[in-house]
Design a protein around this ligand. Structure first.
Ligand code: FEO
Ligand code: CA
Ligand code: CA
Ligand code: CA
Length: 749
């Protein structure tokens, strides 16, 4: 398939789809006025409330250890104070900045070998074997402890496995140019060798890390090291397994598929496995220019368009043009075969992507399982409710595209503490992630909200005029359409979510939305509403950033039933803003120069210190500062108050938007902790259980470098991490860093 090159170039990784379904936002508030006060009184009696403590070190040896007859006398340690570090200033330097008293070291970068026999990374575009090397664009990440004997441990803080998402590549005109010697082919067809390399750069890595002395290193020859790529065999699990929508030439029974792609946020199950979210996969699949007619304009065309694939749409890399081999053909999602069910082509291939995928990090022999029950969309993280024995587990999730939705999964099975260390981890995943209910969120203007179940039992879904759902497998595969049918609330790009271990409240990064406007026109623009209340202009030099360019962080408190609640209350924990912005309209959280940020993305509560870590993936404030990570100690839903924002509309009318703003930031509740190198996004966070080692990912430094400047390193917008003394060559590389505190204390103290 050849298409004009101008349709295929300049594919923007951030050119996210947009939900233009006709759902109301807060235009119709049907809810009877609920007493906000009574909702806020809802308790979490069934949820565990204790924050997991630091390691309890005994003065004596263990059962078999020597007992020191005269324990050494040391002064009592000073009580720990969190956020005691000095805030890091905003920075445009090509380096990682952390507070005084902390050290950040590069641990594991793009191309690093993951086996004893893989050669060192030359970083000149000639390297191959990426099935045995670190992938690109490090993103979400989780730590899984290992004992000295190499068995799973929830307490080990000196040895473990990092499960790391390798989301994407730094591209220009189809090609991941830093990975090819002279920049790669920018026209179609793409050479097979370049496609093979790019496919292998995507996916997930499991890599062993170990502390020797005070220094951490990754273990190149570890038998645990593993790569999953965009071609790895995967099992489909849950309600859509075997569904007609998943039939392909590769799996005529619809139970398997190949590859995981655009792995973004993560999750860690209470039974010790890794969850990875598939985000911007849609743009990798081709459709012929006449595919709508080839499909007889059936309902699959509706679904393909809703997931961002109109016929003839350009693809990000042109992988479908790599050759006649099936591994290239599978990227062409067109109806090409004569079969009625799709068993002779890849017309259904896209339906195999877009899930939360469960991987057993400890056992590389186990095939990953795509958990279809948790819905198919642009997944970010998957955050569990605080497990409570005898109660179902909730998994909170977001769909990151403009105007998309917030979801939760509730397991049918009640949590059993015995499942915290099961013999078969993936079978435990089957128990909690294959049977349950999927819900979508509707947020009301009075600070309340509902979880609406996505099920054919809901008449709005069963009778949806735009798309006829066949069964529950169809509902989860086309979760966006089901959510449209029930009138879910369109949000400002839901990124990561995380649960506060202290009180079970759920936090969502809403990173930004350029389509939020006071005078909307067309179906993709939206007026500000209570949960997405800002529409304003922020200048970046002479360029106007419109909509909600700085984003905000929403939080929700479940009502009766906790994890299985069908109602909740919400407020906005923090609004991203420049410190100098109007405090009455934009800087509503009163951020100071030590706190101001834009476009929150990664967000994770430490289960060890309770700190809420906020990471940014920004383009609006990057004239002033590179992306960053902040440490926060939040309060709770309802600790602030109601604010009304008045907007003058073109008609002359005033649009009054009520919102609920959390307690304003203070110096001891929010502080900037880290700023990254030029062009990077800060994302991914993992800690050792003692809270003393933190792993953070630096994604795509130098991403604004032009391919035309590939031969001249002085023109790279970043040379990190080579300028930090790490590795060969000067091409910038995504990397994992390790952060420790020089006095041995916990990170964030
Ligand atoms: Fe991969 Fe929405 O961030
Ligand atoms: Ca600005
Ligand atoms: Ca992200
Ligand atoms: Ca990114």
């Amino acid at each position: 398939m050849n298409k004009p090159n101008d349709l295929l170039c300049h594919v923007d990784a951030d050119d996210i789809d947009c939900n233009d379904s006709p759902n109301d936002h807060f235009n119709t508030i049907l809810n009877a006025r609920l007493s906000r006060r009574s909702l806020l009184r809802g308790s979490f009696a069934s949820a565990a409330t204790a924050v997991l403590g630091a390691t309890g070190l005994s003065a004596c040896g263990g059962d078999n250890g020597p007992i020191d007859p005269v324990p050494p006398v040391s002064p009592a340690p000073a009580p720990e104070k969190l956020l005691a570090f000095s805030a890091v200033s905003k920075s445009l330097a090509d380096t990682v900045v952390v507070p005084a008293g902390y050290t950040a070291t590069v641990l594991y970068a793009l191309g690093d070998p993951l086996s004893a026999t893989t050669p060192a990374f030359k970083n000149d575009g000639t390297d191959g074997d990426f099935e045995q090397r670190a992938g690109d664009h490090h993103d979400g990440m989780e730590f899984f402890g290992l004992t000295a004997a190499g068995t799973p441990s929830t307490s080990s803080s000196d040895r473990g496995l990092l499960a790391i998402n390798h989301e994407a590549t730094t591209d220009e005109q189809l090609s991941s140019f830093f990975l090819h010697p002279t920049g790669g082919t920018t026209t179609l067809p793409r050479p097979a060798a370049e496609v093979d390399k790019e496919v292998a750069l995507h996916g997930v890595a499991i890599v062993e890390v170990k502390k020797s002395g005070s220094a951490w290193q990754y273990v190149k020859e570890s038998p645990f090291n593993r790569r999953l790529t965009a071609l790895s065999d995967m099992e489909l699990s849950g309600p859509a397994r075997g569904n007609a929508l998943l039939v392909t030439k590769y799996s005529p029974t619809g139970v398997r598929t190949r590859g995981t792609l655009n792995n973004c946020g993560t999750g860690k199950t209470p039974w010790g496995t890794f969850l990875t979210g598939e985000e911007n996969w849609s743009g990798y699949f081709a459709r012929g220019a006449d595919d709508d007619a080839a499909r007889g304009n059936d309902k699959s065309v509706v679904a393909l368009k809703r997931y961002g694939r109109s016929q003839g749409a350009r693809t990000r890399h042109g992988w479908e043009t790599g050759g006649s081999d099936d591994k290239y053909a599978r990227w062409n999602n067109s109806k090409l075969g004569a079969s009625a069910n799709g068993s002779d082509d890849y017309r259904n291939e896209m339906n195999g992507m877009g899930y939360i995928v469960e991987i057993d990090p400890y056992d590389k022999a186990r095939t990953a399982r795509k958990r279809t029950g948790l819905g198919r969309f642009a997944h970010e993280s998957a955050a569990f409710s605080v497990p409570a024995a005898g109660q179902p587990l909730a998994v909170y999730m977001g769909d990151d595209s403009r105007n998309e939705y917030i979801y939760k999964w509730v397991s049918a099975a009640a949590w059993s503490a015995q499942d915290a260390a099961p013999a078969d981890r993936l079978a435990t995943g089957d128990k909690y992630l294959d049977n349950g209910k999927l819900y979508v969120a509707k947020l009301n203007a009075d600070g309340s909200g509902q979880w609406i179940e996505l099920s054919l039992a809901n008449a709005a879904i069963a009778a949806y005029a735009a798309y006829k759902f066949a069964d529950q497998g169809d509902v989860v595969v086309n979760a966006r359409l089901a959510a449209d049918a029930v009138g879910a609330t369109k949000m400002d790009r839901p990124e990561w979510c995380s649960v506060n271990p202290k009180n079970g409240e759920v936090y969502y990064s809403l990173t930004n939305n350029s389509n939020r406007t006071v005078n909307p026109s067309g179906s993709s623009q939206l007026a500000p509403d209570s949960a997405n209340p800002r529409a304003y202009t922020d200048m970046k030099g002479t360029s106007a950033q419109n909509g909600n360019p700085n984003g905000h962080i929403l939080r929700m408190k479940e009502g009766a039933g906790a994890a299985q609640a069908t109602s909740f209350t919400w407020d906005v924990y923090l609004f991203g803003a420049e410190a100098s912005a109007d405090a009455g309209k934009v800087n509503l959280s009163n951020l100071t120069a030590d706190q101001d940020f834009s476009s929150p993305d990664g967000l994770a509560f430490s289960p060890y210190t309770g700190i809420c870590w906020i990471q940014t993936d920004d383009g609006a404030y990057t004239d002033v500062t590179n992306c960053m990570m902040l440490a926060a100690i939040p309060g709770q839903v309802g600790d602030g108050g109601k604010v009304t924002l008045n907007y003058a509309q073109a008609s002359g009318a005033t649009l009054a938007v009520d919102t609920f703003v959390g307690k304003k930031a203070a110096p001891d509740t929010l502080k900037r902790f880290l700023v990254g190198p030029v062009g990077s996004e800060i994302t991914g966070i993992a800690e050792t259980p003692d809270g003393k080692t933190m792993f953070v990912n630096i994604q795509h430094p130098g991403e604004n470098t032009s391919q035309a400047n590939l031969a001249d390193p002085s023109k790279y917008t970043s040379q990190w991490p080579s300028n930090a003394g790490y590795g060969a060559g000067k091409r910038p590389r995504s990397a994992t860093i390790v952060i420790t505190k020089n006095d041995g204390g916990r990170i964030g103290s």
